[in-house]
Each structure stands twice: as C-alpha cells, then as structure tokens.
Design a protein. Structure first.
Length: 348
C-alpha cells in the first residue's frame, strides 16, 4: 500500500471534502512556485522515462496518455506541480468570464465505500482574468487544456458570448480547449447539448479559431447520460463543425451502482456522481462513439478510472488519452505511474 493510501488519505478524509480540497490546492500552489519542491515531487512520483508512451493527438505531442481532468485545478493554481507528479497534461477550469461563487454549501460529498464523489459545485471559479494571471506564471512545459463554460446568470440564448470571451482571453495561454456544456450543476446548461444550439456554439468557436494564424484544438465534453440517438448527433456535429475531438465523459446524474441506502443518497441531493460507479458507463460511451464513428476523431476518456485496468479498458474502447479525477482523490499520485507502468508492460 502506498504512503498516500496508508497515511495521507486517512488524514485528508478526516476533514470536509471541499475544505481539505481548498487547503490542498493552496499548499500545492506554493509548491508549484518552488523548483526544489517540484523536483522532490517529481522524484517521489514520476517515472524516469515515458518516451515509449509518447503519442501525437490532435496535433499535440503528449509524453504519455494520462492527464488530470478539469475540476481539480479550477483556477490554474497548481498545474506545474501536477505536472511534476507525472501528469502529461492538466485541464484547468471550468472557467467562466466572470468570477462566481457556485452553488450553496455543502456541495461536495464522499461516498467512501463506493470510491465515489457527488458534487454540485456550480462552476465556482475566480474568473478568466484571474486564470490568465496564473497561467502567465507557468514554470514547466506541462500541456495545459482550458475548460470553458458560461456564467450561471447568462441565459442560454447568450451563452455563446461567454464561451467566445473565454476562448479569446485564454487563447495564448493554453494548448487546447474543452467546451463544457455537460455539467449537471448549472441550471439548463445541458440543454446546450441539443443539436441546434451545440452546432451553433461550436461553429462560432471554430470561426474564432480560424481568425488565428495558428489554430488550437477545440474539444467537446459530453455527459454520460446521453442516449444512442444523442450520441449519434454528437458524431454528426463533430463531423459538421470539424472540432478536434470529444471528452467522454462528465459526471452522471444517475445514482446506479451505489451501496448506500437510498435515503442516505437522497439526503445528499442533486449533483454529478463520479468515481468507480461511473466506470462502465463512461467506457460504454467511449466504445459507442469510437465504433459508430469508425474512429473518426480522438476521444479523451474520463470517468471512474480507479486502477490501471480501468485506464487500459478505456484506451482499448477507443480513447486516445485518459484523465483522472476521483481516482486521483482515492488512489493519489501513485496511480499515474501505475497506469504508465502497465502501459509500458503492454508495449513489450
């Protein structure tokens, strides 16, 4: 058992999830600024050589396929130290044009027995200008993805303006973009996944992209709760708009595969479920998209990757890259190296 699981996690899990999250990000943001601290982290967790796992995806050369999903480093405060832990890429955000507090507390819950989380954060973040200030301080070459969303008070009819604003503001500071229309925690946001508004949104962003001398990859993050018909629409939209790929998937609004009493789960209330209960659901979405599209576009697989086998399964289902979130909370930094070691073994 790793030091993280035997010593660090038990201490972290004594505290309120959101409070300890904020404490940890504050600590890691300080470590990000100190070269000696980053080197110590790198020595403790990173592998000496990832070169056999390097691959090019949507025009970017990734040192290996394992990244950090959006939601953990919401305000881009600790990406350099996450890179030192061994992540090949870090997705920051979701960020909105203006700072917003998110939903009322409490809004983050652990389901320890099921290695799961429920959150209804609501795009709480410091706004895009704050994120730019942080990204300007980048000390390392870790690949950065910018996950962009709309402010809660912005009506859906005007949502495109928020996405365009974030896209243009962040363009010089991130390596790729992810359009988040799939969080269940912003009222009516998932309506933007419908074919007509989604096509308009992505076409508008691609037009903005085309104005640049060098374009950046734009991906779409989708929910795991879509029907096959809706996934068929996603495949058609990717082809029509020519975006770079899909991130599959966000958290689920279902409450399947949980061991807790129904009353306990109902008392927690609304929010997106992530972690081990979502593993199969997310993988099936990846498999369907990859198979039905005949591998027409890259997929970043995320959702319930708790073990190296989970990551391998997503890659075999059709993902080009994978991302960790809940698995990182429960298994810690050693999970990154464990996945990469498994992938290196499979290459032999």
């Amino acid at each position: 058992m790793s030091v993280y699981k035997s010593l660090i996690r038990p201490i972290l899990f004594l505290f309120d999830p959101e409070r300890i999250h904020n404490f940890t990000i504050n600590y890691l943001s300080i470590a990000s600024k100190i070269p000696v601290a980053r080197n110590l982290v790198r020595t403790a967790y990173a592998l000496p050589d990832y070169s056999p796992l390097a691959k090019e995806v949507f025009g970017i050369q990734f040192p290996h396929p394992v990244g950090l999903a959006a939601g953990l480093d919401k305000n881009a405060r600790a990406f350099d130290v996450f890179g030192a832990m061994g992540f090949a890429f870090v997705e920051v955000g979701t960020v909105t044009p203006k700072a917003q507090p998110g939903n009322d507390l409490p809004r983050l819950f652990r389901l320890r027995n099921d290695k799961a989380l429920i959150n209804r954060m609501g795009f709480n973040n410091y706004g895009v200008e704050y994120m730019i200030k942080q990204l300007r301080k980048r000390k390392t070459k870790v690949i950065i993805g910018g996950n962009i969303g709309k402010n809660k008070i912005t009506p859906n009819e005007e949502a495109v303006n928020d996405y365009v604003m974030c896209f243009n503001a962040l363009f010089d500071y991130v390596d790729y973009f992810v359009v988040n229309v799939s969080s269940p925690n912003t009222p009516n946001l998932r309506e933007l996944q419908d074919k007509e508004p989604l096509t308009k949104l992505l076409q508008t962003l691609m037009l903005e992209n085309a104005k640049r001398e060098t374009q950046k990859p734009i991906l779409l993050k989708i929910a795991p709760d879509l029907t096959h018909e809706q996934l068929d629409d996603i495949i058609a939209i990717v082809a029509q708009t020519n975006i770079a790929g899909v991130v599959a998937t966000n958290t689920t609004i279902t409450r399947n595969n949980l061991s807790y009493p129904q009353e306990y789960i109902e008392n927690i209330g609304a929010g997106g479920l992530s972690g081990a209960p979502e593993t199969t659901m997310s993988t099936e979405v990846i498999r369907y998209l990859h198979s039905k599209s005949q591998g027409a576009f890259p997929i970043i697989g995320v959702g319930g990757i708790m073990t190296p086998d989970d990551a391998v399964e997503k890659l075999e289902a059709g993902a080009s890259l994978v991302q960790l979130y809940s698995g990182f909370i429960y298994e810690g930094p050693p999970l990154i190296a464990a996945i990469c070691k498994r992938l290196l073994q499979l290459k032999k």
